[in-house]
Design a protein around this ligand. Structure first.
Ligand code: TYC
Length: 130
């Protein structure tokens, strides 16, 4: 019988910290009835966040310079990288600006859409689960 058959791992524990485990019985691993059931996690349990791609869509009206400035400002791209992404979107119809956890991606989409609307450009920005 393995550890995982007998123990319930506490959720969201820190790496390498002792973890209190719930046990239904006393047998199986040589522990006495005074055994606290404390086990040490040797492999740190890291939880990965769900990631979202933020995409820029092409249109016929938004000025290229505006798109480049948005990519520099909102996505912290260099002038060169922003220009490359802008031309890629211009040619292919859609392009990735970055990959982020949900709330970061949402904030970036909102910033792009707000600045586009304020400047009366039809630029569209969306996010999709990776
Ligand atoms: N196609 C636009 C133009 O020719 C430029 C553009 C690029 C617009 C990327 C949107 O996401 C975009 N002015």
């Amino acid at each position: 019988m393995t550890n995982s058959d007998q123990t319930t791992w506490a959720a969201a524990s820190g790496s390498g910290q002792p973890v209190k485990a719930a046990r239904e019985d006393e047998g199986g691993d040589g522990g006495s009835k005074f055994d606290t059931g404390t086990i040490t996690r040797t492999k740190p349990k890291t939880q990965k966040p769900n990631l979202y791609r933020v995409l820029l869509l092409n249109d016929d009206y938004t000025p290229m310079e505006f798109v480049v400035l948005v990519l520099q400002d909102v996505f912290n791209k260099t002038r060169e990288e922003a220009t490359r992404i802008m031309y890629s979107v211009h040619q292919k119809g859609v392009g990735e600006c970055g990959v982020y956890p949900y709330e970061v991606a949402e904030t970036k989409v909102t910033r792009v859409m707000d600045t586009a609307r304020k400047n009366q450009h039809p630029l569209q920005c969306v996010m999709e689960k990776q």
